[in-house]
Design a protein around this ligand. Structure first.
Ligand code: ZN
Length: 395
């Protein structure tokens, strides 16, 4: 994550040279020169060492000082130099090699130097590169591409950045503090009179409100308050879970109740809406008992002609729960029915929904097995009925 890199370690000389450059008054950038050079770099796809030096000098002449080694600074900031050469002619035996960085890295270098308080305005470079990033609909972005992608929203709002040389910060005291022309606040600290640490604050930086972890009491989703992405994800999931946690009448079920012969029964021949209702509750069961898989094949339908699902409807014609039976075979080839799971929404538990259907299930499926995992409520239910033996797996 880019935002976590809030400090760079340089050698003392580089630190000193950068600081004296920051103290200088900037000169007017040479727009036409850096725009021309930017376009050339993008066409090549690469920026040679000399291109990088020229590009930066055209933006901010303070960085053209002979003591400043831009190549080294780029490398210390994580920009990767590579060796490139021009495509050789078919009869040539050797090539001339150059140190270069990719054009996205050249834009990144401008972004990073701007973050240090220099006037290496990357707008033009970013504008030239963005369309191709967006056009290609790239799924994966490297660090440089991400910074380019984000540049518009992060400009001038970076978290404070520290340049240091690795000396013991506890012994340092503040030596100086000043503001650059671009509005960056520079604070210098050191052990002696030389700078050992430089802190740079962006002009528009606002400390982001800390996020708070919240577990929604209604849907059980854990989310971060203060993080818009997390909040949106929770709202979406909340709505989905409310469908079975706070169920409302389903139109199709209301029709089925007045017209169908077995409205609660769900088989492989049932319409898709019944499978959707079954599936949602199988998901709820898995979530509650941290089971490995969802015990209803899909929200669209099932292939097992013998599987039997039941949607529990209360007297307000609302689906409040579900369960499903499967025809199984034991190790000794004995066939038997099994109750795989039963789930009732928390507000409707202990209202006798399973109890009411139990005699019918026992008649229909005989001594069926109540399969693992068995909830505590289910155990006490079986205990009350005197049917704990249904938990014993047949041989
Ligand atoms: Zn919620």
């Amino acid at each position: 994550m880019t935002y976590s890199i809030m400090e760079y370690t340089f050698d003392s000389d580089t630190l000193k040279n950068l600081l004296s450059a920051l103290r200088e008054q900037t000169q007017v950038p040479n727009f036409s020169a850096f725009e021309k050079l930017t376009r050339r770099i993008i066409v090549k796809g690469w920026a040679f060492n000399s291109d990088v030096e020229d590009l930066i000098y055209h933006h901010d002449s303070r960085l053209g000082a002979y003591q400043i080694d831009l190549k080294k600074i780029a490398a210390l900031m994580g920009i990767h130099w590579e060796t490139v050469c021009f495509r050789p002619k078919s009869n040539s035996k050797s090539v001339c090699e150059f140190d270069a960085i990719r054009c996205e890295d050249a834009a990144l270098f401008l972004i990073l130097l701007e973050r240090l308080g220099f006037q290496t305005n990357p707008d033009y470079f970013v504008d030239q590169l963005l369309p191709s990033l967006k056009f290609r609909k790239k799924e994966l972005l490297n660090n440089a591409e991400l910074e380019i992608f984000w540049y518009r929203t992060t400009k001038s709002k970076f978290a404070p950045l520290t340049l240091k040389n690795g000396r013991d910060w506890r012994k340092m005291k503040e030596l100086d503090s000043f503001k650059t022309l671009a509005g960056y606040t520079i604070t210098v600290r050191g052990i002696g009179s030389e700078p050992d640490e430089i802190e740079i604050r962006s002009p528009k930086y606002r400390r982001q409100a800390a996020t708070t972890r919240i577990i929604c009491k209604v849907c059980g989703v854990e989310w971060s308050k203060g993080d818009p992405d997390s909040s949106a994800a929770h709202r979406k999931e909340h709505k989905k879970r409310l469908h079975y946690l706070d169920p409302q009448p389903v139109k199709e079920m209301c029709i089925e109740l007045s017209e169908g012969t077995e409205p609660e029964l769900v088989t492989s021949l049932s319409p898709a809406w019944k499978h959707r209702e079954m599936y949602l509750r199988a998901v709820a069961f898995r979530r509650e008992f941290h089971y490995d898989f969802v015990q209803w094949q899909s929200a669209k339908g099932i292939s097992d002609p013998k599987a039997r699902g039941y949607l529990f409807v209360n007297d307000k014609k609302i689906i409040v729960g579900a369960c499903s039976f499967r025809y199984q075979e034991s190790k000794s080839n004995q066939k038997f029915w099994a109750l795989d799971w039963a789930w009732i929404c928390p507000t409707e538990r202990r209202n006798g929904h399973l109890s009411k259907r139990w005699p019918y299930f026992r008649k229909q499926y005989g001594d069926f097995l109540v399969t693992y995992p068995v909830s505590d409520q289910m155990k006490s239910f079986l205990e009350k009925k005197g049917e704990l033996h249904l938990m014993n797996v047949p041989d």
